[in-house]
Design a protein around this ligand. Structure first.
Ligand SMILES: N[C@@H](CCC(=O)N[C@@H](CS)C(=O)NCC(=O)O)C(=O)O
Length: 217
């Protein structure tokens, strides 16, 4: 399998966690300006150019959640990403959507605003993104009471989504110390070896973080 990805991308890290957790071998296809040939292959395979993209035996699989479901079906390992029980599976998928839509999307909105020219900055869009993050953090703090991972059945697709989204969200909009469940969950995710590896591999790229990376994980 080939994974077209960049180590600093939060959606790529989501899939890397699933690959590393189950020790699934793959070939890196690095998406960076230093690899014009790889960029051209990627654009031909997936004209929308949203990373990551997995290619398995000539079959292209796009969208991080779908890639992880694909791995669960075709490259199954010790950790199952979607529970067998249909109701438990719904909870995992719901939490996956929660992290992508209501943590990662506002986080990325704040990050991308730093790339805009000062005259193009979206002040009200950023204020809305910060408000959404506040609401998401508060809701999550309640959802995580007496729970180790995002969904009841154990480490899952939802935690793959959570780890990089909360990691970067806390950089751009720090989680209130009063939300102890969310902060402890973020620390547990950082201690998980598969995510710790993804974070380490991304360290050399921190200088690329548009708002400026803090001097901490
Ligand atoms: N819904 C997609 C989102 C992927 C995505 O937006 N990836 C970002 C990197 S974190 C990207 O490719 N951005 C490039 C761009 O926006 O041009 C998924 O789950 O894989």
């Amino acid at each position: 399998m080939q994974l077209y990805a960049h180590p600093f991308s939060s959606y790529c890290q989501k899939v890397l966690i699933a690959l590393y957790e189950n020790g699934i071998p793959f070939e890196w296809r690095m998406l960076s300006p230093d690899h014009a040939d790889v960029l051209a292959e990627y654009a031909a395979l997936w004209p929308l150019q949203r990373m990551p993209l997995l290619v398995d035996g000539g079959r292209s699989v796009m969208e991080s959640s779908i890639i992880i479901e694909y791995l669960d079906t075709h490259h199954r390992g010790a950790v199952r990403w979607i529970p067998q029980d249909p109701d438990a599976a719904l909870e995992v998928r719901m939490m996956d959507r929660f992290f992508d839509n209501y943590v990662r999307t506002p986080m990325q909105g704040i990050v991308l605003d730093h790339i805009r020219a000062p005259a193009q900055r979206d002040v009200s869009g950023v204020a809305d993104a910060r408000k959404l993050l506040e609401t998401s953090y508060r809701w999550l703090d309640g959802a995580l009471a007496r729970r180790e991972w995002a969904a009841a059945g154990g480490f899952s697709l939802a935690d793959c989504a959570a780890a990089p989204s909360l990691f970067y969200a806390d950089w751009v909009h720090p989680i209130d110390p009063a939300l102890a469940n969310v902060r402890a969950y973020r620390s547990r995710l950082l201690a998980r070896p598969a995510f710790a590896r993804a974070v380490d591999e991304a360290r050399p790229y921190r200088k690329l973080f548009p708002p400026g990376a803090p001097d901490r994980d």
